[in-house]
Design a protein around this ligand. Structure first.
Ligand SMILES: Cc1cc2nc3c(=O)[nH]c(=O)nc-3n(C[C@H](O)[C@H](O)[C@H](O)COP(=O)(O)O)c2cc1C
Length: 310
């Protein structure tokens, strides 16, 4: 996609947030089935791993053509490895590259990746510049309000913009604020008033309507955890589906996961999703114990079909 991809997209832009361990190709495919107009991102993928040609890391970037336009999200701190990752993302046919500057995980921060780059803004801007100058693809940055507060958000946004980023995505929490605290969108609106590139807001959005209510002057919003067990959240029209009506998409999820990761890994990884699918369904709790033990798709389908008949 050209550099003006984000600018030219129909507004508001609605995205599935990148979530490691959840938003793999199978989950992204079903979200795109529900609403083909959303933009999806890969789980964060190590630029160092790509640079060292680690098979398992590169596998994380696999996607299905139906996910296009799909954005690759990479993390790291080193210009050399970001450049190698940029080339790989281009060759694989990604529509854009997103640089993760928000991950708060201990291991990531200790390696000076993710949110740690907010402590070294010059290095962050150098990384953006290096990637932006060496690719035809649009480059974005996903970060948080800041470390302890949003005091440097506007400076950071301007720096990222000057370095050549085409979009900035802000999760409305700081590094120090836990996930169960409400996200604060005010500093994101203020950032938007101070920069020219598109801005996407994220954090605690519970539905498309909630995203629209919080949109204000922003160009779009990104939904994360509210999509667990609920890819239908992305539909502006579908409401109050019965479990039987949900079944075809859940079955697709299982099939796509087996297709992409093989049966053993798929049946292990699907368990957390199955639990999420039945979470809010009255009467399904007794099936939960068996759902977390499924060993093949057929077993899962049988249990799900029983639940659909409740
Ligand atoms: C399990 C999990 C994994 C995540 N992995 C990533 C990731 O790989 N890259 C990223 O930029 N953010 C990641 N995030 C943050 C989300 O993209 C998003 O910013 C955050 O969940 C807030 O949005 P929400 O309140 O709608 O969930 C992750 C969040 C969760 C809960």
């Amino acid at each position: 996609m050209p550099k003006n991809f984000w600018r030219n997209l129909k507004k508001p832009i609605v995205c599935l947030a990148p979530m490691d361990g959840y938003t793999d190709t199978a989950f992204r495919r079903i979200c795109k089935k529900v609403n083909p107009n959303i933009i999806v991102f890969t789980e964060f993928t190590s630029a160092d791993g790509i640079f060292h040609n680690a098979k398992k890391v590169k596998e994380k970037l696999n996607f299905d053509p139906s996910e296009q336009p799909i954005i690759a999200q990479i993390f790291g701190k080193d210009e050399k490895t970001f450049l190698a990752a940029t080339k790989v993302c281009e060759e694989m046919g990604f529509a854009g590259i997103d640089l993760n500057m928000g991950c708060p995980a201990k291991k990531v921060v200790k390696s000076e990746h993710g949110i740690a780059l907010r402590k070294k803004p010059d290095q962050a801007f150098r990384l953006v510049e290096t990637v932006a100058q060496n690719t035809k693809l649009p480059v974005s940055v996903k970060t948080r309000l800041g470390w302890n507060d949003a005091g440097d958000l506007i400076d950071f946004g301007k720096g990222v913009e000057n370095a050549g980023a085409d979009l900035i995505i802000i999760h409305g929490r700081t590094y120090t604020v836990p996930y169960n605290c409400e996200a604060n969108f005010e500093p994101i609106y203020e950032l938007k008033r101070n920069i020219k590139i598109p801005v996407i807001g994220n954090g605690g959005i519970a539905s498309i309507q909630d995203g629209l209510d919080k949109l204000d002057n922003l160009d779009g919003f990104m939904i994360g955890r509210a999509s667990f067990g609920n890819p239908w959240i992305f539909s502006p029209v579908i409401k109050n589906l019965t479990f039987a009506q949900k079944l075809p998409i859940i079955k697709d999820h299982i099939n796509y996961l087996v297709e992409s990761k093989g049966q053993n890994r798929a049946m292990f990884e699907i368990r957390k999703h199955l639990v999420a699918y039945v979470k809010s369904f009255p009467g399904a709790s007794e099936f939960r114990a068996s759902l977390v033990r499924v060993e093949n798709p057929q077993q899962a389908f049988e249990i799900l079909e029983k639940i659909a008949k409740i």
